[in-house]
Design a protein. Sequence first.
Length: 216
Amino acid sequence: MTLLAAFGCTATCAQDAATIARRVDAHYNQLRTLTAEFSQQYQGVGSQRSESGTLWLKRSGVAHAGKMRWEYRQPREKLFVSDGSAVWFYVAGEKQATRGQMKQLDDLRSPLAYLLGRAHLEKQFTGLSLASDVKPASAGDAVLRGIPRGMEDRVREVLLEVDAEGRLVRIAIAEADDSTTEYRFTAQKENLPIPDARFAFVAPPGVAVVEGAFAP
């Protein structure tokens, strides 16, 4: 048995990182919207949690990043949403929501907002290469390795699992403090109508909105 076969790779693994990156670019640059179910696994020093919910992405104007909405349902309802300019974070039941500017956001979820209509992985990641030493979650997928530009002081590496059609199905982030976060995306639906109202935040009665830093 060859090493590639042991890792469950097919012809996808024989391609170079640039070819796979261009496939991802071509796939996302023709999308207007994307909806997916996500699971998120975080592990840090003395801390571990599993969360899940629904992600919505929508292409925005040239001046802004894309619109995004991370709606967490399990184990606790919370919301991370951006209209392409401002971004809000709110945990259900709390008396305060946090607001910031997308362009100033240093959050591991923010690079996804730049995918639709403007994906260019080789520009968005430094040192992008084929991670042939990493077994993909699904046979036939390829795994790329790189570091998001602008996050070099925080992120040690990011693994991007890509299916045969150029969709991102898994993102694993290793940070400089040895914490790790992994996202998996399923039930992806493309180019369905999504109203802009889904990317607006309206504070519930009695909830104050303050400027501040965001939770991971």
